[in-house]
Design a protein around this ligand. Structure first.
Ligand code: AMP
Length: 501
């Protein structure tokens, strides 16, 4: 079934859907009318059910409503990070073969130079969401639109993975994936109509696009829709919200602002973090500053959200909680694939209505990521503790094998981060002539602490076996991170590839 058909009543209500920072409002009924116009405009451009619509624009309420229009019409919404360059975009266009590309006005020529003579329409949408050919055409279209009939496994979106190694893959997300995940999250996080979500996330990624928006749609609640994450803007609007979702960096940046105090965030009932690990220290400090315990959850592009810390019972820092309703999680041996008992580290695998349909035009790639019984191999390593909480220890490709022994970077990073004066760290494996890989730590420290390599090593040696202690510690001002605040270890590995040569 079309995900949105089930929520038709919500979509035509007069409740607020989006509140812009300037106070202007888009109600559900207005959003419904605009999405009808958008769907009709796309149909006039010969877009049909199953066709891809690329969205390569800055964040705006209108851009989000294009997503809703695509859902209603059965088009396949394909968001692309507007920070991607021409050559990256070229790949996404070639790979997804869209019918239409919607682009910021100032990037129109760039898209035109890629498309050349291909039969793909280009429409523009202004950075402020109020100008461009797409809106001009939409104004002339009808506010009525009959939603397309979709099957559960019809495609709703293709979302390209972050692609830290090799080319990004297009994850095919179905209507059922979106519906089941939004409903499970809505229940777990107790979303209801009066909720007001502070939305500062980008909408080219599953976190801001699906998790934030779809939970809001299912609950019929509202969002304060910020153009981007900006500490001052968040501080300004936070008291009007009841829930905030963010990546860990949002929380660490907010803690640098002295306005962050319990009184400021009193109306908030829930802070949610995900998309990258939130350090235990940050959890603790956030509690001290706000009297709130952040709820951490875990998910990925291919699966939507998989686990969440509980709403009512203990939220444990450093864990990502329990599988969501209807989702099964298991941990398997990296070499044999055998299911491991609790406490043992292995590959995290997941099965459920949230799991994507496969990679776009890549059946071979899809095949190797699934077990024969339908479990998807996430590529993350972790373990389930005695209480049933899932712990993530890192990506499998980030695992370091030195002298034939496994080193889980997270263990070393956690130990490093405990040292006074260390802000954050990333531990990587770098080719080493004798050891296979040598452990290297890249560390950001507070200048005033004047920490040296021997200081850190002495400290680490107290708690870590010798083979886990880094052979080299590199001091840096900042770790390379992607738009979701995730440390890009592949960049660090290539930067320091020759360190031991
Ligand atoms: P993406 O597909 O960009 O959403 O990235 C998904 C990956 O982010 C997962 O496979 C994990 O490696 C990581 N991730 C997501 N949430 C968490 C979390 N709460 N803690 C640690 N890693 C996370």
């Amino acid at each position: 079934m079309n995900f949105l058909t089930k929520y038709k009543k919500v979509l035509v209500s007069d409740n607020n859907f989006i509140i812009r920072p300037d106070g202007s409002v888009i109600t559900y009924a207005q959003m419904n009318a605009l999405s009808s116009r958008f769907a009709n405009t796309l149909i006039s451009k010969s877009v049909r059910k199953g066709d891809r619509v690329i969205m390569y624009t800055e964040k705006s309420a209108e851009a989000l409503i294009v997503y809703i229009a695509c859902l209603r019409a059965g088009f396949v919404f394909t968001p692309i990070n507007p920070a991607y360059t021409k050559s990256e975009l070229e790949y996404f266009i070639q790979d997804s073969q869209p019918k239409v590309v919607i682009v910021d006005i100032d990037k129109k020529e760039l898209v035109r130079s890629i498309i050349g003579k291909l039969d793909i329409s280009i429409e523009t949408l202004g950075n402020d969401g109020t100008s461009g050919t797409f809106l001009e055409k939409a104004k002339k279209e009808s506010v009525n639109f009959k939603d397309a009939k979709c099957k559960d496994d019809d495609l709703a979106a293709i979302v390209y993975t972050s692609g830290t190694t090799g080319r990004s893959k297009g994850a095919m997300i179905t209507h059922e994936n979106l519906r089941s995940n939004a409903e499970a999250l809505c229940k777990t996080w107790k979303f209801s109509q009066p909720d007001m979500l502070l939305h500062a996330l980008p909408i080219f990624h599953v976190h801001g696009l699906f998790v934030a928006t779809n939970v809001t749609l299912v609950a019929g609640s509202s969002m304060i829709f910020l153009q981007k994450f900006d500490v001052n803007e968040v501080i300004k609007h936070i008291s009007s919200a009841t829930v905030m979702m963010g990546v860990p960096t949002y929380y660490t940046l907010l803690m640098q602002d002295e306005c962050l105090m319990p009184d400021l965030v009193k109306p908030i009932r829930l802070f949610i973090s995900g998309s990258a690990p939130l350090l235990a220290d940050a959890h603790e400090e956030w509690f001290k500053r706000t009297e709130h315990t952040i709820l951490e959850r875990y998910g990925m592009t291919e699966t939507g959200m998989i686990t969440s810390n509980p709403y009512d019972s203990e939220r444990i820092p450093g864990t990502v909680g329990f599988p969501l309703h209807g989702i099964s999680v298991r941990v398997t041996d990296q070499s044999t694939g055998d299911i491991l008992p609790d406490g043992k580290i292995g590959l995290i695998e997941v099965r459920g209505p949230n799991v994507f349909k496969g990679y776009w035009q890549a059946p071979e790639k899809t095949k190797v990521e699934f077990r024969s019984d339908g479990f998807f191999i996430t590529g993350d390593l972790g373990f389930i503790d005695q209480k049933g909480y899932l712990h993530i220890v890192g990506r499998q490709k980030d695992l370091i094998i030195t002298c034939g022994l496994n080193v889980y970077p997270k263990e070393v990073e956690e130990r490093l981060n405990k040292i006074s004066g260390v802000i954050e760290s990333a531990v990587i494996g770098v080719p080493h002539h004798d050891f296979g890989e040598g452990v290297v730590a890249v560390v950001v420290t507070k200048q005033t602490f004047n920490l040296s390599e021997p200081d850190l090593l002495t400290d680490l040696k107290r708690d870590l076996a010798q083979y886990k202690v880094p052979l080299k510690i590199i001091f840096t001002d900042a770790l390379p991170k992607n738009a979701m605040g995730k440390v890009q270890k592949s960049i660090l590995r290539s930067t320091y590839n020759n360190l031991f040569k």
